[in-house]
Design a protein around this ligand. Structure first.
Ligand code: URA
Ligand code: SF4
Length: 205
């Protein structure tokens, strides 16, 4: 595993989300800041009861500076709506705050963050959890699961079922919305994704 210094020294120990967001652009906790356009903070109400955690910003998010506003974000919006969850009431963020990619000609192709990047960036996510104190965390895909639930956790085996973060916070893991976007069996996989989000929402009532 490639080792990085990690984000800890840039993460403010006190203050709320505005202070956290103001500190993010200075982070040099791993090498991903170098090629990305900008850092992408989480977004949503500071006291949201539900927090959704994705992988990392994509191409569109890297340019916009906002989480889940590209194709995966559109799918997530649709699925949340189908599950009866109001996106304006949830806090949405990523396990890794900079876009990792490979250049192929003019295109920037998504590259999955390495465990070293996930570990390096985790102090930001931990601080978001401390500030927002969600009643429930929805873990979107393998990268978020690696960050929050450890490398042994298999999303496909546990999806849609109640689980817990190491600190005891209630959580539900499901697939990443990008996997649904790319699916050959879109209708089935969209339905399963909505089922998982519904199961998560039901834990809050
Ligand atoms: N995929 C993610 O995991 N997060 C985003 O913000 C966009 C795409
Ligand atoms: Fe810092 Fe995370 Fe960006 Fe790495 S990916 S530079 S740890 S904010």
């Amino acid at each position: 595993m490639q080792k990085f210094a990690g984000a800890a020294e840039w993460v403010p120990a006190r203050g709320g989300l505005p202070k956290l967001e103001a500190a993010l652009p200075d982070c040099r906790g791993c090498d991903l800041w170098q090629d990305a356009e900008q850092v992408v903070p989480g977004g949503g109400p500071a006291k949201a009861r539900m927090m959704l955690v994705g992988e990392q910003p994509g191409d569109v998010e890297d340019k916009a500076g906002e989480a889940f506003v590209g194709p995966a974000g559109r799918l997530l919006d649709k699925a949340l709506e189908a599950a009866g969850i109001d996106r304006t009431e949830v806090y949405v963020t990523n396990a890794v705050k900079h876009f990792r990619f490979e250049r192929r000609g003019k295109r920037r192709i998504h590259k999955t963050p390495a465990v070293g990047h996930i570990v390096a960036c985790s102090p930001w996510l931990r601080r978001e959890l401390e500030i927002v104190e969600p009643a429930l965390v929805v873990v979107l895909g393998a990268t978020a699961a690696r960050s929050l639930l450890g490398t042994g956790f298999k999303v496909t085996e546990h999806r849609g079922r109640p689980t817990e973060l190491p600190d005891g916070t209630a959580a539900v893991a499901t697939v990443h919305p990008s996997a649904v976007v790319r699916s050959d069996e879109y209708r089935r996989d969209f339905g399963l994704f909505v089922d998982d989000l519904r199961a998560a929402a039901a834990l809050l009532t």
